[in-house]
Unconditional design. Structure first.
Length: 440
């Protein structure tokens, strides 16, 4: 069962009558197209509505199981308060320091709530150096993570991560970072409810949730397990279904990046306006990145109209790079990131396949909320993660269907270089979050 689509990084494994898709990358194709919106105006009227209807139902009814890109450093010499208040300091600029004394922050094998997609040591990864790096910003230290302090901060509060499987990766990381400090199993629970996964530290009445919403607005990818990958439709003016889940949160961490990347050169985003109920449904098609702007616009409008700035803190997690193209760091593309055991040490390294511009776009939309007193803090974790070619599960993770020997020997098709092993890189993203919540 070789994957025939290496270039798109896609594999279809036929099992019985169901096609199960594993899609790992997203790495390669930078959008060549301009940001200019190319809109195919669907003819207005009955015909277009019927066409849209048909398209939508084809989508809704085609069940494609997809292991969605899913599938899935105490600081030496740091004072308790860190140096976070130092305005000169920029957490995004720094280097990785090997520190097997203070890292990892928790034991992944002991974390009761880890997800098998990112539990690399449990699934056979033998090298452990990837767990021992701490991020050292230039000129200052990150505040030292203190789980109890965070839980106190979250007492009687609700923190929600909203986004895709990479955001879920960060949520799992934070849950593992705090749950080790709650030894009594009766005082912590995790509840699955459709798109919502909820972790509660009962003694603190603190909630840390993850909500699946990979394209931010409503879309045909809203089912966390069953969704199309290639044919994506977003609803330009619909976000309420999602927003109703996180509107009362005290802290929200959004992300959205990989799902706007092209998996094929000619991949485009379908955008639906209006609704079938109102009889004004209209379907357009545009470049993926233009779809991202439509989603950002809707999200920003919603936040501007609904967020209580005195209550809710909002974050947006920066793009998480993939390491699916080893030629970026001088390796062989056919190995992807398999067997990488150390970070890239070249200062200022930025992979050609990592699109930094999407975050800049997001930042410019969120800036329009500033006059209303709403500040969206970007967690700029892209460059520090770009260095970590060694941080991914590759073949050491739970698979939808366990890999065969032949598949394991074919990393180009089967290595996950998108998600991150835990303990690992997302722990640092959460140290940023912690720093902003507790110290800034
Ligand atoms: C931090 O550094 C990055 C990269 O040089 C820059 O883009 C960003 O604006 C800086 N942030 C602050 C708050 O100075
Ligand atoms: C930590 O790393 C140092 C230097 O690489 C090594 O000498 C030492 O044995 C390591 N300690 C542990 C506990 O692994
Ligand atoms: C528990 O936390 C929730 C937020 O998740 C809050 O609405 C509720 O008021 C808290 N309960 C108490 C007793 O404070
Ligand atoms: C699951 O979520 C739905 C809303 O989406 C809610 O009505 C229901 O009470 C939740 N179930 C549990 C067990 O929390
Ligand atoms: C937010 O806080 C400010 C200053 O404390 C207060 O004047 C304002 O009324 C508050 N707004 C809301 C919506 O509670
Ligand atoms: C990765 O490492 C394993 C074990 O050392 C080795 O058998 C395998 O050939 C390596 N694969 C690649 C692509 O280098
Ligand atoms: C994030 O940091 C990188 C450098 O690490 C910088 O190039 C980029 O402009 C920053 N992005 C945002 C949105 O601040």
């Amino acid at each position: 069962m070789r994957c025939p689509h290496r270039r798109e990084d896609r594999c279809t494994i036929k099992e019985g009558s169901q096609a199960k898709k594993h899609i790992f990358s997203e790495g390669r194709m930078k959008s060549e197209a301009s940001h200019k919106m190319t809109v195919l105006h669907a003819p207005v009227g009955v015909r277009s509505i019927v066409t849209s209807l048909v398209a939508f139902f084809i989508l809704a009814s085609s069940i494609v199981f997809l292991l969605e890109e899913q599938v899935q450093m105490a600081v030496r010499g740091t004072t308790e308060e860190g140096d976070a208040s130092n305005e000169e300091c920029n957490w995004s600029r720094g280097r990785w320091v090997y520190d097997n004394v203070s890292r990892p922050l928790y034991n992944g094998l002991k974390c009761a709530f880890i997800f098998p997609e990112v539990a690399c040591d449990k699934y056979g990864r033998k090298d452990v150096m990837y767990q021992h790096w701490r991020w050292q910003p230039h000129g200052c230290d990150l505040p030292r993570f203190d789980a109890i302090k965070l839980l106190e901060k979250l007492r009687n509060k609700r923190l929600v991560f909203v986004g895709d499987s990479v955001n879920r990766n960060q949520w799992v990381s934070l849950v593992c970072m705090v749950e080790a400090s709650i030894p009594d199993d009766r005082l912590k629970i995790r509840i699955f409810n459709g798109s919502l996964i909820s972790f509660k530290a009962l003694e603190y009445n603190a909630t840390i949730d993850f909500y699946w919403s990979p394209l931010l607005v409503e879309s045909n990818s809203d089912n966390p397990i069953i969704h199309r990958v290639e044919y994506r439709i977003i609803r330009a003016d619909r976000i309420e279904k999602h927003a109703s889940v996180w509107r009362d949160a005290d802290i929200i961490v959004f992300n959205s990046y990989l799902w706007w990347r092209k998996q094929k050169d000619d991949m485009r985003m379908k955008v639906m306006y209006g609704s079938f109920e109102d009889g004004d449904a209209k379907l357009d098609e545009m470049e993926m990145v233009d779809g991202f702007e439509i989603a950002l616009k809707k999200l920003t409008e919603w936040l501007g109209e609904n967020i209580d700035k005195n209550k809710t803190k909002i974050f947006f997690a920066g793009s998480s790079p993939t390491h699916s193209w080893a030629s970026n760091w001088g390796g062989d593309d056919k190995n992807k990131c398999l067997n990488e055991t150390e970070p890239i040490y070249k200062t200022g390294y930025k992979a050609a396949t990592t699109d930094y511009s999407l975050m800049a776009t997001a930042k410019s939309y969120f800036r329009t909320l500033e006059p209303k007193g709403i500040h969206v803090q970007i967690l700029n974790i892209t460059e520090l993660s770009d260095y970590r070619k060694d941080g991914h599960p590759t073949v050491f993770r739970k698979q939808f269907v366990p890999l065969t020997k032949e598949q394991i020997a074919d990393p180009a098709s089967y290595a996950d270089c998108t998600h991150w092993c835990l303990p690992g890189v997302p722990d640092v993203w959460n140290e940023f979050l912690y720093g902003y919540l507790v110290h800034k």
